[in-house]
Design a protein around this ligand. Structure first.
Ligand code: FES
Length: 147
Protein backbone atom coordinates (compact mmCIF):
# COMPACT_ATOMS: atom_id res chain seq x y z
CA UNK A 1 0.00 0.00 0.00
CA UNK A 2 2.74 2.42 0.91
CA UNK A 3 4.72 1.49 -2.20
CA UNK A 4 1.84 2.30 -4.49
CA UNK A 5 1.34 5.76 -3.00
CA UNK A 6 5.08 6.55 -3.30
CA UNK A 7 5.12 5.34 -6.89
CA UNK A 8 1.99 7.34 -7.67
CA UNK A 9 3.79 10.40 -9.06
CA UNK A 10 0.69 11.86 -10.64
CA UNK A 11 -1.90 10.93 -8.07
CA UNK A 12 -5.33 12.29 -7.35
CA UNK A 13 -4.06 15.07 -5.12
CA UNK A 14 -1.56 16.29 -7.71
CA UNK A 15 -4.26 16.12 -10.38
CA UNK A 16 -6.61 18.19 -8.21
CA UNK A 17 -3.85 20.74 -7.53
CA UNK A 18 -3.27 21.13 -11.27
CA UNK A 19 -6.99 21.44 -11.96
CA UNK A 20 -7.43 24.09 -9.26
CA UNK A 21 -4.40 25.98 -10.58
CA UNK A 22 -5.74 25.78 -14.13
CA UNK A 23 -9.16 26.97 -13.00
CA UNK A 24 -7.81 29.91 -11.01
CA UNK A 25 -5.47 30.94 -13.84
CA UNK A 26 -8.26 30.71 -16.43
CA UNK A 27 -10.59 32.76 -14.24
CA UNK A 28 -7.90 35.42 -13.70
CA UNK A 29 -7.14 35.68 -17.43
CA UNK A 30 -10.82 35.90 -18.32
CA UNK A 31 -11.33 38.62 -15.70
CA UNK A 32 -8.40 40.64 -17.08
CA UNK A 33 -9.71 40.24 -20.65
CA UNK A 34 -13.30 41.22 -19.83
CA UNK A 35 -12.20 44.19 -17.71
CA UNK A 36 -9.82 45.37 -20.44
CA UNK A 37 -12.49 45.04 -23.13
CA UNK A 38 -14.90 47.06 -20.98
CA UNK A 39 -12.49 49.85 -20.10
CA UNK A 40 -10.71 50.08 -23.43
CA UNK A 41 -13.05 48.91 -26.23
CA UNK A 42 -11.42 47.71 -29.42
CA UNK A 43 -11.26 49.86 -32.54
CA UNK A 44 -13.68 47.40 -34.12
CA UNK A 45 -16.38 48.07 -31.51
CA UNK A 46 -16.22 51.89 -31.66
CA UNK A 47 -15.03 52.35 -35.23
CA UNK A 48 -11.83 53.69 -36.73
CA UNK A 49 -12.99 57.12 -37.84
CA UNK A 50 -10.30 59.75 -38.20
CA UNK A 51 -12.47 62.31 -40.04
CA UNK A 52 -13.20 65.81 -38.75
CA UNK A 53 -16.92 65.05 -38.67
CA UNK A 54 -19.01 61.99 -37.96
CA UNK A 55 -22.65 61.30 -38.82
CA UNK A 56 -24.75 58.79 -36.88
CA UNK A 57 -28.38 57.88 -37.61
CA UNK A 58 -30.56 59.39 -34.89
CA UNK A 59 -32.15 55.98 -34.33
CA UNK A 60 -28.75 54.60 -33.26
CA UNK A 61 -28.82 56.79 -30.13
CA UNK A 62 -32.32 56.70 -28.62
CA UNK A 63 -33.22 59.43 -26.13
CA UNK A 64 -31.70 58.64 -22.74
CA UNK A 65 -28.87 56.59 -24.18
CA UNK A 66 -25.32 57.01 -25.36
CA UNK A 67 -22.99 55.54 -27.89
CA UNK A 68 -19.23 55.40 -28.04
CA UNK A 69 -17.67 56.32 -31.35
CA UNK A 70 -14.25 57.19 -32.65
CA UNK A 71 -13.90 60.86 -33.52
CA UNK A 72 -10.69 62.34 -34.90
CA UNK A 73 -9.07 58.98 -34.11
CA UNK A 74 -9.98 59.12 -30.41
CA UNK A 75 -12.81 57.56 -28.40
CA UNK A 76 -15.77 59.87 -27.92
CA UNK A 77 -19.18 59.48 -26.31
CA UNK A 78 -22.40 60.77 -27.83
CA UNK A 79 -25.25 61.27 -25.37
CA UNK A 80 -28.86 62.01 -26.33
CA UNK A 81 -31.23 63.49 -23.76
CA UNK A 82 -34.46 65.50 -23.83
CA UNK A 83 -32.26 68.60 -24.09
CA UNK A 84 -30.50 67.42 -27.26
CA UNK A 85 -27.30 65.65 -28.23
CA UNK A 86 -23.89 66.07 -26.65
CA UNK A 87 -20.52 64.80 -27.79
CA UNK A 88 -17.54 64.59 -25.48
CA UNK A 89 -14.22 62.87 -25.31
CA UNK A 90 -14.75 59.42 -23.77
CA UNK A 91 -11.22 59.41 -22.34
CA UNK A 92 -11.13 60.24 -18.64
CA UNK A 93 -8.56 62.97 -17.96
CA UNK A 94 -7.48 61.18 -14.78
CA UNK A 95 -5.83 57.99 -16.05
CA UNK A 96 -7.47 57.40 -19.40
CA UNK A 97 -10.29 54.92 -18.79
CA UNK A 98 -13.37 55.28 -20.98
CA UNK A 99 -16.32 57.01 -19.36
CA UNK A 100 -19.99 55.92 -19.45
CA UNK A 101 -23.30 57.78 -19.46
CA UNK A 102 -25.72 57.08 -16.59
CA UNK A 103 -29.13 58.26 -17.65
CA UNK A 104 -30.71 57.68 -14.23
CA UNK A 105 -28.25 60.06 -12.56
CA UNK A 106 -27.91 62.27 -15.65
CA UNK A 107 -24.14 62.24 -15.50
CA UNK A 108 -21.08 60.74 -17.08
CA UNK A 109 -18.99 58.55 -14.82
CA UNK A 110 -15.60 56.94 -15.10
CA UNK A 111 -15.70 53.27 -14.05
CA UNK A 112 -12.10 53.30 -12.83
CA UNK A 113 -12.07 55.82 -9.95
CA UNK A 114 -15.59 57.27 -10.14
CA UNK A 115 -14.85 60.70 -11.60
CA UNK A 116 -18.16 62.33 -12.53
CA UNK A 117 -18.89 64.84 -15.27
CA UNK A 118 -21.91 66.77 -16.52
CA UNK A 119 -22.91 66.96 -20.16
CA UNK A 120 -20.74 70.04 -20.65
CA UNK A 121 -17.75 67.99 -19.54
CA UNK A 122 -17.41 69.78 -16.19
CA UNK A 123 -15.99 67.75 -13.32
CA UNK A 124 -18.68 67.07 -10.70
CA UNK A 125 -16.56 64.87 -8.44
CA UNK A 126 -13.73 62.39 -8.21
CA UNK A 127 -10.06 62.66 -9.11
CA UNK A 128 -10.30 64.04 -12.67
CA UNK A 129 -7.93 67.04 -12.90
CA UNK A 130 -9.77 68.73 -15.77
CA UNK A 131 -13.04 68.61 -17.73
CA UNK A 132 -13.82 66.25 -20.59
CA UNK A 133 -13.23 67.82 -23.98
CA UNK A 134 -16.51 68.63 -25.73
CA UNK A 135 -17.34 68.63 -29.43
CA UNK A 136 -20.03 70.32 -31.49
CA UNK A 137 -23.05 68.02 -31.92
CA UNK A 138 -26.39 68.65 -33.58
CA UNK A 139 -29.37 66.82 -35.03
CA UNK A 140 -30.12 67.45 -38.72
CA UNK A 141 -32.71 65.46 -40.63
CA UNK A 142 -32.62 62.38 -38.38
CA UNK A 143 -28.84 62.36 -38.31
CA UNK A 144 -26.54 63.30 -35.45
CA UNK A 145 -23.61 65.29 -36.77
CA UNK A 146 -20.50 65.61 -34.64
CA UNK A 147 -17.84 68.12 -35.54
S1 FES B 1 -9.27 57.04 -14.76
FE1 FES B 1 -11.16 58.02 -14.58
S2 FES B 1 -11.30 58.55 -12.51
FE2 FES B 1 -9.39 57.58 -12.68
Amino acid sequence: MEESSKGDVFGRRTFLDYMIGFGVTSWALLTVYVTGAYLWPSKKSIGTNTEDSVSIPLSDVPEGSSRKIRYKANPAIVVRTKEGVFALSAVCPHLGCLVNWHDGEKLIECPCHAAKFDLRGNVLGGPAPKPLETFKAEIKENVIKIG
